[in-house]
Design a protein around this ligand. Structure first.
Ligand code: NAD
Length: 422
């Protein structure tokens, strides 16, 4: 239990560690094992120069944190954002370990990030920064060791530069060093859509569980990038009404539903959402979270739902597209209010699942069809949802603690079987 007297921390690492404590207590895990599971196996901080377009040299700071590889190679995205910090990357790496275990794929957890603002950089500057960062972390990564993927403000193009840089260093093509690549370089069909599609699949399972039809459900989505944008399209296709969506500058709201084609066109043409053009009201990212809706999808950054606003959330279901959007005290408030939360390590696990499919295809030099990928993804996520729900009902814990009990339990058991060297 989280004591309400605890000072609520929105530091992602503190949040991640608190979540482990809550699950470990329920599982009666040995304190030594808990300490092992919380600790990181390796981390690297790099500072490196990049020649900017105006001829000046800028020094960037980047991180790669390898949390745990007990069940398989480290796996996790690379984030480019001005607010990247070591503790954020550590938390994201730990969540990757639990996530891979929840969906039972043979990966561990890692994460990387570079402190930068890609919106203010040219493509050439981003490419040079990516290549130099890849070179600096290259001793740590590799198809059998640690496989990066896209995260906030990185994309298939950035993955291509990582793959190219790593391959040049090796002297031969190594597609399996990253996932989320373009199809032309060995990317998998369905990877780009996988996380958003997984958010929709787990939302559909949650709706089924609470007896709420998806058709006609009012959905509010914070963030409109890879995860939020794709999830929005899936909800619309299934007959739900996307009533609000946002980006880093703010959002738009129409209680009768937004026209997603127009929304996408507006963002493409003007790089923001314009309420007047989209026949909708402009709202802040905070207001979006508190809208009267059926399904809320945080799909941007961490610590959005905290003790400060959890009480005002009106959604019936929250599906966490983002990693770490809810703090532990907020979790308790939501649980008491009867809001059904599909936690990040389950809701957004579609990404790492299809990344795994991409890696397997690369290692075997074969290509799976879109139907095969979609079928395998749906089956893994619906089974994982059922597994987590089962633990939640049996142990009388919320879905996050249930998911953590499943994921942490698998990692703890693998650790016990492997034993402690020497
Ligand atoms: P993205 O770069 O494609 O999109 C990020 C979105 O967040 C954009 O809409 C951006 O405008 C918005 N945003 C940025 N800063 C914001 C702020 N301060 N307030 C509100 N919105 C802000 O990134 P993505 O891949 O869609 O990732 C979104 C979330 O999903 C992250 O938490 C990420 O870790 C998580 N996630 C991504 C994947 C994946 O496969 N891409 C997989 C699992 C989890």
């Amino acid at each position: 239990m989280v004591s309400k007297k605890d000072i609520e921390s929105t530091n992602p690492l503190k949040v991640a560690e608190k979540q482990v404590d809550i699950a470990a207590e329920k599982m009666n895990l040995d304190p030594g094992m808990v300490a092992k599971l919380k600790s990181r196996q390796q981390e690297i901080i790099v500072q490196f120069p990049v020649k900017m377009d105006d001829g000046t040299i800028r020094i960037f700071t980047g991180y790669r944190v390898q949390h745990n590889d007990i069940r398989g190679p480290y796996k996790g995205g690379i984030r480019y954002h001005p607010d990247v910090s070591l503790d954020e990357v550590r938390a994201l790496a730990m969540w990757m370990t639990w996530k891979s275990a929840v969906v039972n794929i043979p990966f561990g957890g890692a994460k990387g990030g570079v402190i930068c603002n890609p919106k203010e950089m040219s493509d050439g500057e981003i490419e040079r920064m990516t290549r130099r960062f890849t070179w600096q972390i290259s001793p740590m990564i590799g198809p059998e060791r640690d496989i990066p993927a896209p995260d906030v403000y990185t994309n298939p193009q950035v993955m291509s530069w990582i793959m190219d840089t790593y391959s040049i260093m090796k002297g031969y093509a190594v597609p399996a060093v990253v996932t989320g690549k373009p199809l032309e370089l060995g990317g998998s069909v369905g990877r780009l859509e996988a996380t958003g599609k997984g958010v929709f699949i787990t939302a559909r399972e949650a709706a089924k569980h609470i007896g709420m039809p998806i058709e006609g459900a009012r959905v509010a989505i914070q963030g409109s990038g890879n995860v939020g944008g794709i999830a929005a399209q899936h909800f619309q296709k299934a007959g739900a009404k996307v009533i609000a969506i946002s980006d880093s500058k703010g959002g738009i709201f129409n209680p009768n539903g937004l026209d997603l084609d127009q929304v996408i066109a507006c963002k493409r043409n003007y790089h923001c959402f314009i309420g007047e053009k989209l026949r909708s009201e402009e709202i802040t990212n905070q207001e979006l979270l508190e809208l009267d809706c059926d399904i809320l999808v945080p799909a941007a950054l961490e610590s959005q739902i905290t003790e400060k606003n959890a009480d005002r959330i009106k959604a019936k279901i929250i599906v966490e597209g983002a990693n770490g959007p809810t703090t532990p005290i907020a979790d308790e408030i939501l649980y008491d209010k009867g809001i059904f939360v599909v936690p990040d390590i389950l809701a957004n696990a579609g990404g790492v699942t299809v990344s795994y499919f991409e890696w397997v295809q690369n290692l075997q030099n074969l290509l799976w069809s879109e139907d095969e990928i979609s079928e395998k993804l749906t089956s893994i996520l619906t089974k994982s949802f059922a597994d987590v729900l089962n633990i939640s009902e049996k142990e009388k814990v919320n879905m996050r603690t249930a998911a953590l009990m499943l994921g942490i339990g698998r990692v703890a058991e693998a650790t016990r079987i492997r034993g402690f060297y020497p």
